[in-house]
Design a protein around this ligand. Structure first.
Ligand code: GLU
Length: 475
């Protein structure tokens, strides 16, 4: 099996393109086939190197690797042109000398497709006259001569597809300036690269009968086609910027893990055939068979992506998570990199914070109070648990400073100390825990308070509590 991913570098790598890439990659890896990367840069005005780089980076991030390429479509222009002239020589294409605007007007008046007007003119002109005018240097475009009948091909997703040839225009394959058009370039390249399977988005389905006609006219075997359905937003409309992030790079920045994104994209139009959703890359490669490509449009559900991400995150090896956390906290002035050397402590910290994070960003946020000496105080938490009743908040923090002095530094002993102090003060334990949590983490919410105490250790706890009292007094 030889497959290809053929992005046009006219924009970033969007979710639809990434899904196409992932599907082709998974099939290639499942089947032990070859994946070719081809950058379709023939639209020079809209293509640029920066987009190419963004696409390559996006593929790299997703872990989509290719076996051949990247090839650039623009490098094949001579071959595309030669193919157009071969079709002309074989009588499968014809020269069109007409003025496009005049043809358009005539076609409109007569209710015909412009290419059929061009065909009539070609027939009226005759072969000899056509050759003579070309030799005389008159500019012309080359159009495919669509035969009568029907074009039928098999699609792995949609089954047999039939198109009446009367509805297919004699497409221009070489413009009068000598540049090949899109459909010719794609067919010429896919044939040259011996592509056996073309999997791409549904939006290309209307091009396929034209491409099939080109394969046949050029005498190349046709590949197997699979057109995967559109991706919709949660409102049922075609996924677009309106739905938020659509560039793969945005998800990387939001702390989505590449394997979660790959897992998520794989399920947009494919199913393993059982009720599994959470799958590793290896499991996807193992299960990804074209038999289970789905016909119905799939919905881009960001909640599901977040859920999958949380699941992948919690299965991630500690070392990798630490690497991400380090990168995300690196700009913090009081970041205690030294603490990361204590692998036992780090392992415990991850156990405590992982269940509370669905993305890497959230993981870093959760880790911050434990790894940075300076706290970011959440204004709401401060207002609610300190400022509403500052005298009580101070009194309670001071009581806890005392209660924790000399106590064994374990969850159990700390909990006993806190609860008995609450009893003595005749308040619920929460009344002590809330101001304490703000002083230790700066936040309204955190992992269980006794986990927080143990992870921070006696000294940092004491100094943060004292810092808290001073802060409240200073306000
Ligand atoms: N270059 C086309 C695109 O980015 C894909 C062409 C194809 O897959 O045949 O939409």
């Amino acid at each position: 099996m030889r497959l290809r991913f053929a992005p046009s570098p006219t924009g970033y790598l969007h979710v639809g393109g990434a899904r196409t890439a992932v599907f082709n990659w998974l099939i290639a890896r499942h089947e032990g086939g070859v994946l070719v990367l081809r950058i379709e840069d023939t639209d020079r005005a809209r293509s640029d190197d920066e987009h190419t780089q963004v696409i390559l980076d996006g593929l790299g991030w997703l872990g989509v690797d290719w076996d051949e390429g990247p090839f650039f479509q623009s490098e094949g222009v001579e071959r595309h042109r030669a193919d157009a002239y071969r079709l002309l020589a074989d009588g499968n294409a014809y020269r069109d000398f007409s003025d496009p605007e005049a043809v358009r007007v005539e076609a409109q008046e007569r209710g015909m497709h412009p290419s059929r007007v061009a065909r009539e003119q070609m027939q009226a002109l005759g072969d000899e006259e056509s050759a003579r005018r070309a030799e005389a240097g008159e500019p012309f475009a080359i159009r495919l001569l669509v035969p009568d009948g029907e074009t039928v091909f098999h699609d792995l997703v949609h089954g047999d597809m039939r198109f009446g040839n009367e509805d297919i225009d004699d497409l221009v394959i070489l413009r009068s300036d000598g540049t090949p058009t899109y459909n010719l370039a794609v067919v010429s390249d896919d044939a040259e690269m011996l592509i056996t399977h073309v999997l791409r988005g549904d939006d290309h389905l209307s091009n396929t009968p034209k491409q099939v006609l080109l394969y046949r006219a050029l005498g190349h075997p046709e590949p197997v086609f699979a057109h995967v359905p559109l991706i919709l937003g949660s409102d049922g409309r075609k996924l677009s910027k309106r739905h938020g992030a659509t560039a793969v790079g945005d998800y990387a920045k939001e702390g989505i893990l590449p394997e979660a994104m790959t897992n998520f994209l794989a399920l947009l139009g494919w199913s393993p055939g059982d009720d599994r959703e959470l799958m590793t890359r290896d499991e996807l490669v193992e299960a990804f068979h074209t038999d289970r490509l789905l016909k119905s449009a799939s919905v881009f559900d960001t909640e599901k992506l977040a859920w999958l991400n949380g699941q992948h995150l919690s299965r991630h090896p500690d070392q990798e998570l630490v690497g991400h956390i380090r990168a995300l906290l690196d700009h913090e002035e009081t970041f205690r990199r030294d603490l990361l050397d204590d692998t036992a402590w780090v392992g415990e910290l991850l156990e405590v914070i992982k269940p509370r994070a669905r993305t890497l960003d959230e993981l870093a946020d959760q880790a911050r109070p434990f790894l940075c000496d300076e706290l970011h105080f959440d204004e709401k938490a401060v207002a609610k648990h300190w400022e509403k009743d500052p005298a009580s908040a101070m009194e309670r923090l001071e009581a806890l400073i005392e209660a924790f002095e000399g106590v064994e530094w374990s969850r159990k002993a700390l909990e006993t100390a806190l609860r008995s102090r609450a009893e003595v003060m005749d308040v619920g334990a929460g009344k002590l825990i809330h101001p304490l949590r703000v002083s230790l983490t700066g936040n309204m919410a955190s992992p269980g308070i006794f986990d927080v105490l143990v992870m921070l250790g006696r000294e940092r706890v004491a100094s943060r509590m004292k810092g808290g009292v001073a802060r409240i007094r200073g306000r």
